[in-house]
Ligand binder design. Structure first.
Ligand code: SAH
Length: 567
């Protein structure tokens, strides 16, 4: 039971909201605060006091006994802004309670326990099915006790403080073992089950065969990542239903591809039926791995010929490569998804100045591989190599990591043995657009003026095309100390098709502390305002400066008629 105590009207209002949200778990203690706290402290496992921390400290000081037996106490301030875990953070569950109260009352939870502030990930939030002593092992991690990692292969975990030895164990295994009392089992998606079936094979027969095969081989169904078969069986109802019941995708390969895979037990029947000497074994082995269960046939209750075959392969661990855009600079333009991926990664790869931008968000133990300007190829290679070694990697870039940044060189290196997760970010053109007004209200392009990797003729051809097509243009990498003639040249090309009065927005360090911007025109822009921290957005022939804001009309009819009527 959670005892609720308040003194003021505002406190009582917040208290009643919590009592209404958790009617079965809470009990309101009325009367003089001192007596209420004393009774609640004796009778409840937890207290939420809608009082100042100072008052609560004085009230509970004489009541405190031992860490293991005292209730957890949370304080909520008069304004309902904070839920402070005061005592009993772990043993009394006050940290969890502060979070839950925070959620319920829209208050900020305040947790000062070291291990919690560190923000360990929950074992049940890692993306792998989990079994066993989750609460006990989580508690051990939180309390800083040694927890041993026993991984049969290197599946990508976030940075957990796991050791070689410990009284508690996190075990990564696809074997059908029961967790010990001090153990958590994480089930990696390591098993691929190849299936073949004659037309009309019942789903129960296919599913029964798969389950028997896994059980006999001592493998956990929770580690099955996918069912695999030949294209011709992609719609076979028994197979489709079996995959659905196992909760895994069905992947299919062409007969030609399967025919090229060497298997221990080829046969003539599938060769005549679908054009490959093996379906189950070949489909299971199509992406490589170790054959744990060679082809076996279903057993039919009526003794008639089997209608299904299956084979089980353990595939190599798949690393995880998240390509994460950090946005233009401001912390609140970093998306929650980007933040989550940064905390999910055990290895972070990026340019040193971008790493500095988010270093405080990383979990302790994250391995940081930073490099200086110009080392793009090395960064891409490193990120992919780390992911292939089975790690959880985040490769970061400013703005959007796919825009003039690391995503394409990295993905050009990556083969399909790693999982790639892209997290979009607010690219400079959008950050600048929001500052300028609405310059991108109609068709627009981005053009990089860096001729480091692109010949100038190519760049010029694209600028010319944009000029002729009357498209709004945002220039990235517009001008640097050693590269100063490209911007005037590009602007001159646009000026061949647009009036000198065409609005041009120049935004430097968008969303960063020294942000600046100006709205000028094609005729008046001074290239000296522009450097490598800047984007330059040139309007089309319809773009206007309206009340100091750059606006490219969307072309709505109602706007035209409004303008004609002088409204
Ligand atoms: N991936 C980045 C772009 C990298 S290219 C993105 O999506 O934004 C580098 C160029 O981007 C710089 O030369 C500059 O033109 C532009 N740029 C990046 N961040 C910027 C910011 N905060 N303000 C203005 N321009 C920026």
């Amino acid at each position: 039971m959670i005892g609720l105590i308040s003194a003021t009207a505002a406190g009582a209002a917040a208290r009643d909201r919590l009592a209404a949200a958790w009617p079965d778990r809470t009990r309101v203690y009325d009367g003089p605060v001192k007596d209420a706290v004393r009774s609640a402290f004796a009778e409840c496992e937890q207290l939420v006091c809608f009082l100042a921390t100072g008052a609560v400290v004085r009230l509970i000081a004489p009541l405190l006994g031992a860490k293991a037996t005292d209730p957890g106490v949370v304080c909520v301030d008069e304004g309902g802004r904070f839920a402070v875990s005061l005592v009993g953070g772990h043993g009394g569950g006050a940290n969890e309670l502060a979070r839950a109260v925070g959620e319920s009352l829209a208050a900020q939870p305040v947790v000062t326990t070291a291990t919690d502030a560190v923000g360990l990930p929950g074992l049940d939030t890692l993306g792998f099915p989990v079994e066993g002593a989750v609460a006990a092992v989580s508690r051990a991690l939180l309390d800083g006790e040694p927890v041993a990692l026993r991984a049969e292969s290197a599946w990508p975990l976030p940075p957990l403080p796991l050791t070689e030895e410990g009284a508690h164990v996190v075990r990564v295994t696809d074997r059908a073992v029961e967790p010990a009392g001090n153990e958590v089992l994480l089930r990696p998606p390591s098993l691929v089950v190849g299936v073949g079936a004659s037309r009309g094979a019942p789903a129960d027969e296919v599913l029964g065969l798969v389950e028997d095969a896994l059980r006999d081989a001592g493998l956990s169904p929770r580690s099955v990542a996918e069912l695999a078969t030949v294209d011709a069986k992609a719609e076979e109802p028994g197979i489709v239903t079996a995959a659905a019941r196992l909760g895994v995708p069905l992947v299919t390969y062409s007969a030609g591809e399967l025919a090229g895979i060497r298997v221990p037990n080829p046969s003539d029947a599938p060769r005549t039926a679908v054009g490959t000497p093996s379906v189950a074994e070949a489909a299971a082995l199509a992406r490589g791995g170790e054959l744990l269960v060679p082809k076996r046939k279903s057993r039919r209750p009526d003794g008639r010929p089997a209608m299904a075959t299956c084979a089980v392969v353990r595939r190599p661990a798949r690393g995880r490569l998240a390509v994460v855009g950090l946005g233009p600079g401001a912390r609140d333009l970093l998306t929650p998804r980007a933040r989550a991926e940064l905390r999910r990664a055990a290895v972070l790869v990026g340019l040193d100045q971008y790493v500095d931008q988010i270093r405080d968000l990383l979990r302790p133990g994250t391995r940081i591989l930073e490099s200086g300007l110009g080392a793009e190829e090395e960064r891409a290679r490193t990120a992919v190599a780390e992911a292939r070694a089975g790690h959880a990697v985040a490769l970061i870039g400013s703005g959007d990591a796919g825009v003039y940044a690391m995503a394409s060189p990295a993905l050009a290196e990556a083969s399909d043995d790693v999982d790639v997760i892209g997290v979009p970010g607010v690219t400079a053109a959008l950050a600048a657009g929001a500052i300028l007004g609405a310059p991108l209200g109609h068709d627009h392009v981005s053009i990089s003026l860096s001729d480091l990797h692109t010949p100038w003729e190519v760049i010029e051809r694209r600028v010319r095309a944009a000029a002729e097509a009357d498209i709004v243009v945002t220039f990235y990498n517009p001008r640097s100390r050693g590269r100063d003639w490209q911007l005037p040249k590009a602007l001159a090309i646009l000026a061949g098709h647009r009036e000198p009065t065409t609005p041009v927005g120049v935004v430097r360090n968008a969303s960063r502390p020294d942000e600046s911007s100006r709205l000028t025109t094609l005729g008046e822009l001074d290239p000296a305002w522009v450097d490598m921290m800047t984007v330059v957005t040139v309007g089309n022939t319809a773009t206007r400066n309206i009340a100091g804001r750059m606006v490219t009309p969307r072309g709505y009819r109602w706007q035209e008629s409004a303008q004609e009527e002088g409204r």
